[in-house]
Write a protein that binds this ligand. Structure first.
Ligand SMILES: CC(C)(COP(=O)(O)OP(=O)(O)OC[C@H]1O[C@@H](n2cnc3c(N)ncnc32)[C@H](O)[C@@H]1OP(=O)(O)O)[C@@H](O)C(=O)NCCC(=O)NCCS
Length: 143
């Protein structure tokens, strides 16, 4: 099931995020803060009571940015991130959002493959963005 997260789920989201070192590193407080921002949305994928994955974004006007995505290591390669991404993109298109961007580390092939498969293209590179020698790729997609 795909739902919007609430601030009460910040702890569960932080626990999931802590299992995935390539995610953005948000802690419980960070999720709480994000979930009170007017333009922020965190979509969650759930199975029974468990949050198996999430996708955080902000959208303002006709532009959106994906800020953080993670799937529990117990549930990867089951199409959860693709389902979350497709759901979020469809919702954004309904809201007349025209362009979506994100930043991903160049040494994160699974995430780059996920976004490429969804139609994102590399728009630019931020040298040493994550650490010396770890560049960031800016990727974007028109809706
Ligand atoms: C990247 C991540 C979100 C993918 O989640 P997932 O639910 O396993 O992905 P899906 O099963 O939906 O896979 C969709 C596509 O992504 C790509 N992909 C996902 N995992 C991959 C892997 N380990 N290696 C290569 N490609 C991968 C594939 O193209 C895949 O399509 P396919 O299964 O038809 O080949 C997950 O591995 C994760 O949480 N990583 C750590 C956090 C992270 O990197 N977040 C992104 C920050 S920008």
């Amino acid at each position: 099931m795909i739902l919007l997260a609430t601030p009460a789920q910040a702890r569960q989201l932080a626990a999931l995020e802590a299992t995935q070192p390539h995610a953005a590193g948000w802690k419980e407080k960070g999720f709480q803060t994000e979930l009170t921002q007017p333009h922020a949305q965190i979509w969650i994928h759930t199975r029974v009571e468990e949050i198996t994955g999430f996708l955080a974004l902000r959208s303002v006007g006709d532009f959106a940015e994906i800020l953080n995505v993670a799937v529990s290591p117990l549930h990867t390669r089951q199409g959860i991130a693709r389902t979350l991404l497709n759901h979020a993109l469809a919702q954004l298109a309904e809201k007349q959002v025209k362009q979506v961007s994100l930043e991903v580390a160049q040494d994160n092939p699974p995430a780059i493959a996920l976004y490429t498969q969804a139609g994102f293209q590399v728009l630019g590179k931020r040298k040493d963005f994550y650490a010396p020698g770890r560049d960031g790729l800016i990727m974007g997609k028109d809706l």
